[in-house]
Design a protein around this ligand. Structure first.
Ligand code: ADP
Ligand code: ASP
Ligand code: MG
Length: 451
C-alpha cells in the first residue's frame, strides 16, 4: 500500500470535454497518492439519459443516443491515439442505440441500466486521457463488480459489508501496480443487475471506495473552488470555507447543498477519512478541508437551501391525552416506504416534511391510497411549493438569543415550520419557494457577511 492513499472524484463539469478532462488528468498526474479515480458522466449526459428513459417515441430515443455518441466521439478525436477508445465508445453507443430501438416497458431497472452508460462512457475516455497525460498504464475498473447494493433501483442502498470485502480483494493488487479509473453513481445488486445510487451519487460512490480501501483522504473535485458559506449561485457574497467539521458538512449536504451528495459524509465519518473539496478548473485555489474537529466553531458557518418540499399536517382530537396515535400515523407512512425529514408535533396535530419530488425513482408517492388511509383516522392537509432553509453551525441548540435576531430579520416572511433543538448543528425552517432565495440572501448578509 502507498504511504498516503487518496480516492479522487471528478464530477460532471470536470468531465465536460477533452480540455476539462485534461485538466483533471494533470491534477492526478501531479500527485502519486491519487490511486483511485472515480468519474461522473460527462456534463449533461445523465440528464440526456434521463430523458431517453422517459416515455418518448423511438425516433427521439435514437436522436438522443446519436447526440451522446457524437459528443463522446468528438472528445475521443482529440486524443493522440484514439483508435482503441473510439472502438470501445462505439461498442457502448451501439448498445445504447439497441436499447433505443427495442420495444419494451420502461422499468426502474431498465432506467438504471440506461443511466450507467454515462459513467461507463466517461470512464473509458478518461482512462485514455490519463494514460496520455501520465505515460503510465491505467487500469479501468467496473464499479459494478465492487459497489454491491440492494435492488431498490434509482436509489439503491449499498451493502457496506460486501463492498468492504470486494474492494480490497479486487483493487489492492491493481493499485499496487498503477492507478485505477472507475465509475461513480453505478453499482449492481446481488444478481449482477445494474443499479444506481441516486442523482449526484458519484460523491457517495467515491466515499464508499475510500471507506472500503481505508483511504486517508477523499477528494471531491468540482466546479466551485470550495464549499461556500451558501450556494454561490444564490448569494454573490458567499465565501469559501477553509475548514468545516464532518457533522456540519453532513448537515449541509442533507439540507440541500448540492456540492456533496447527502450520503457522502456517512462512510467518511465511519472511517474518519478527511475530505477535501476543490476546483478542477482552479486547482491552485484553496479548497475546503472537512475534518472531525475544526479549530474554529462558529455558531453559524453556512446556510443551505433544499427545494421542493411538501408539508403534511394531520390533526386529530384522538391525540389529546391518548397514546398510540403517533405510532399508528408513522406506521402508515412506513408501510408505504415514505421517508420523512422533519417532524413537529402539538397536542392535536403533527406536521412533517417530505421531498415533493416523489416521482423520483425509488421514492414512493404520497398517493390517494396513503392519504385515504390517513384520513380514516385523522384530518389531513398538504401544502407544497415550499423550501427548507437551514442555518448550519455549532451549538445552535444552546446558544441564547439566536432565534430572536434570525426570525426578526424575516419579519415579513411567512414561516411555515421551525425545527430547533434536535441537532446542535442546525436550525431550520420552511418558507414559500418563491421567497426562499431572498431569505437566504438576507440571512447570509446579516449573519455571515456582516458578522
Ligand atoms: P459535480 O458535477 O462536480 O458533482 P455539482 O453540480 O453536483 O458538481 O455540485 C457543485 C455545485 O453545488 C456548485 O456549482 C454550486 O452551485 C452548488 N452548491 C450548492 N451549495 C453550495 C455550497 N454551499 N458551496 C459550494 N457549492 C454549492
Ligand atoms: N452522473 C450522475 C448524475 O448526474 C451522478 C453524478 O454526477 O454524481 O446524477
Ligand atoms: Mg454532484
Amino acid at each position: 500500500m502507498p504511504d498516503l492513499f487518496k480516492v479522487s472524484k471528478f464530477g460532471g463539469t470536470s468531465m465536460a470535454d477533452a480540455a476539462a478532462m485534461r485538466r483533471c488528468a494533470n491534477i492526478v498526474k501531479g500527485d502519486p497518492d491519487k490511486k483511485i479515480i472515480v468519474v461522473s458522466a460527462t456534463a449533461g449526459t445523465t440528464n440526456l439519459l434521463s430523458e431517453f428513459a422517459t416515455d418518448i417515441p423511438t425516433e427521439q430515443r435514437i436522436a438522443i443516443s446519436k447526440q451522446i455518441r457524437d459528443k463522446h466521439l468528438s472528445i475521443c478525436h482529440e486524443l493522440k491515439h484514439p483508435g482503441n477508445v473510439l472502438k470501445n465508445v462505439d461498442i457502448l453507443c451501439d448498445e445504447l442505440e439497441a436499447i433505443a430501438t427495442r420495444k419494451q416497458i420502461m422499468t426502474l431497472m431498465l432506467r438504471d441500466e440506461i443511466f450507467s452508460f454515462g459513467e461507463r462512457l466517461s470512464s473509458v475516455i478518461f482512462k485514455a486521457i490519463l494514460e496520455e497525460a501520465t505515460g503510465d498504464r491505467i487500469h479501468l475498473f467496473d464499479a459494478r463488480d465492487a459497489i454491491i447494493t440492494d435492488n431498490n433501483f434509482g436509489s439503491a442502498e449499498p451493502d457496506i459489508e460486501v463492498i468492504s470485502e470486494k474492494c480490497p480483494a479486487l483493487l489492492e493488487a491493481l493499485v499496487m501496480e498503477s492507478r485505477v479509473v472507475t465509475q461513480g453513481f453505478i453499482g449492481s445488486d446481488k444478481k449482477g443487475v445494474t443499479t444506481t445510487l441516486g442523482r449526484g451519487g458519484s460523491d457517495y460512490s467515491a466515499a464508499l471506495f475510500a471507506e472500503a480501501m481505508n483511504a486517508d483522504v477523499l477528494e471531491i473535485w468540482t466546479d466551485v473552488t470550495a464549499i461556500y458559506t451558501t450556494d454561490p449561485r444564490i448569494a454573490g457574497d458567499a465565501r469559501p470555507i477553509t475548514e468545516i467539521s464532518f457533522d456540519e458538512a453532513a448537515e449541509l449536504s442533507v439540507f440541500g447543498a448540492k456540492v456533496l451528495h447527502p450520503a457522502t459524509m456517512v462512510p467518511a465519518i465511519r472511517k474518519n477519512i478527511r475530505v477535501y473539496v476543490g476546483s478542477s478548473i482552479h486547482p491552485e485555489k484553496p479548497g475546503t478541508w472537512i475534518v472531525k474537529e475544526t479549530r474554529q466553531k462558529p455558531v453559524i458557518r453556512a446556510i443551505s437551501l433544499r427545494r421542493n418540499q411538501t408539508l403534511l399536517t394531520v390533526h386529530s382530537l384522538d391525540m389529546l391525552h391518548r397514546h398510540g396515535f403517533l405510532a399508528k400515523f408513522f406506521q402508515v407512512l412506513a408501510n408505504y416506504k415514505i421517508s420523512v425529514d422533519l417532524v413537529t408535533t402539538s397536542e392535536v396535530s403533527v406536521a412533517l416534511t417530505l421531498d415533493s419530488d416523489l416521482n423520483a425513482p425509488g421514492n414512493k408517492k404520497l398517493t390517494e391510497k396513503v392519504l385515504n388511509e390517513l384520513r380514516s383516522f385523522c384530518e389531513v392537509d398538504i401544502e407544497d411549493k415550499l423550501s427548507l432553509i437551514a442555518l448550519i453551525g455549532n451549538n445552535l441548540d444552546t446558544t441564547a438569543g439566536l432565534s430572536g435576531p434570525v426570525f426578526g430579520a424575516l419579519e415579513d416572511v411567512n414561516i411555515r415550520m421551525i425545527c430547533h433543538g434536535a441537532s446542535s448543528h442546525n436550525l431550520c425552517f420552511l418558507v414559500a419557494e418563491n421567497e426562499a432565495e431572498e431569505v437566504v440572501r438576507v440571512l447570509h448578509k446579516k449573519f455571515i457577511s456582516e458578522s
